[in-house]
Design a protein around this ligand. Structure first.
Ligand SMILES: *Cc1c(COP(=O)(O)O)cnc(C)c1O
Length: 354
């Protein structure tokens, strides 16, 4: 532990007011939060304080120009009550990359890991125990605080971590709208950064999706709407002719998901053939028509592995409930068992707290 983190404990816990049997996603937060401020060219005043509102200058840069990035990971309890984090180093690396893209100061890897570990240690009673599909969701974020309206690279930033017990993101299979109108990310844009503005920009299109009976959008490339990108909160996987296929990352339009990477490793370990490549809407539609699509799912920390059971394309609705769905079940179980300490951690993914 290298960082001097000052701790101020809350006088009273809110844990008894939290219904652990009816957890939503991202609505409940623990008793404490972590804050560090960047000024005079360095990270300073690292502290854990009672959870609560923060004060901001009305001209704070983030409020006007969205200079803000975030991460998402989960802490789980093993069967013998050890606290497990899943590949937090990958989140630390991605956070640094997002910061660079947004011209923000990097949060040093050891500060990122230490802030999360220390906060979870203090609020460990909040990690759900024996509640199916529940875990402690960890949300680190970084934003610009300069009280100046000019559009420029600032001098002051705040890094925070908030955590909370969370249930599943979607409680059932979802239908997606294959995009032929809106665009989420372009080559050279911000698609692969976990940048706040990327998500705000998808809200209106998602309202349109809901009108079509779809919970989410499956994004396609911005030039031709021909190749798949991802779902915007999850990466996308297809199984066609028993081959697991996911869009490749080289254009910078797709988030480098930790779940995505881990599922590909697990699939290869199961002997499933894996392809990271461009996949077109045409190739997919043909596989659907010929019933060669074996499985289709989203992958991300919040939703883990999310079944997709239908889609809308060019105003036509397709049902996918006929898919065998073998791979998603297998991969989901294997990943969850490792995350929950129920299976051997053969890829060295787990970091234990204390
Ligand atoms: C966070 C996120 C994902 C999933 O990444 P994980 O590291 O697996 O949680 C996928 N797509 C987008 C746009 C995301 O923000």
């Amino acid at each position: 532990m290298n960082w001097d983190i000052k701790v101020t404990k809350s006088s009273e816990s809110r844990i008894k007011k939290t219904d652990f049997n009816n957890l939503a996603f991202g609505k409940d937060f623990t008793d404490h939060m972590f804050i560090a401020d960047y000024y005079d060219g360095k990270w300073q005043d690292c502290r854990i304080v009672p959870f609560g509102n923060i004060e901001m200058h009305p001209a704070s840069f983030v409020l006007h120009y969205a200079q803000s990035i975030f991460e998402g990971l989960k802490a789980e309890l093993s069967p013998n009550n050890e606290i497990l984090l899943f590949r937090p180093d990958r989140n630390a690396d991605r956070f640094a990359k997002s910061a660079e893209r947004m011209a923000m100061p990097e949060v040093p890897k050891d500060l990122f890991l230490e802030s999360i570990q220390k906060l979870i240690e203090i609020d460990k009673e909040w990690i759900p125990k024996g509640v199916e599909n529940a875990s402690l969701y960890v949300r680190p974020f970084l934003f610009a605080t300069d009280p100046i309206l000019g559009v420029r690279v600032g001098d002051t930033y705040r890094y925070m971590v908030i955590v909370g017990p969370a249930g599943v993101y979607y409680s059932e299979a979802v239908k997606v709208w294959i995009q032929d109108k809106y665009v989420r990310a372009f080559p050279g844009g911000t698609g692969e950064a976990k940048f706040a503005g990327n998500y705000a920009a998808t809200l209106n299109p998602v309202l349109d999706a809901k009108k079509k009976g779809c919970a989410q959008i499956l994004w396609t490339d911005g030039k031709e709407h021909k190749y798949f990108q991802e779902i915007g909160t999850m990466n996308i996987f297809f199984v066609i002719d028993n081959v697991l296929i996911t869009p490749s990352l080289e254009e910078g339009t797709i988030l480098h998901g930790v779940t995505r990477e881990s599922l590909m490793t697990l699939a290869k370990d199961f002997g499933i053939k894996v392809e990271e490549r461009k996949i077109s809407v045409d190739e997919f539609l043909k596989a659907v028509e010929e019933k060669r699509l074996n499985d289709m799912f989203g992958a991300g920390t919040a939703a883990v592995v999310q079944d997709i059971d239908g889609f809308v394309y060019e105003d036509q609705s397709y049902d996918l409930s006929w898919m065998p769905r073998k791979e998603s079940k297998m991969l989901k179980k294997a990943l969850e068992d490792i995350k929950e300490g129920k299976a051997e951690d053969k890829f060295n993914w787990i970091v234990k707290i204390n």
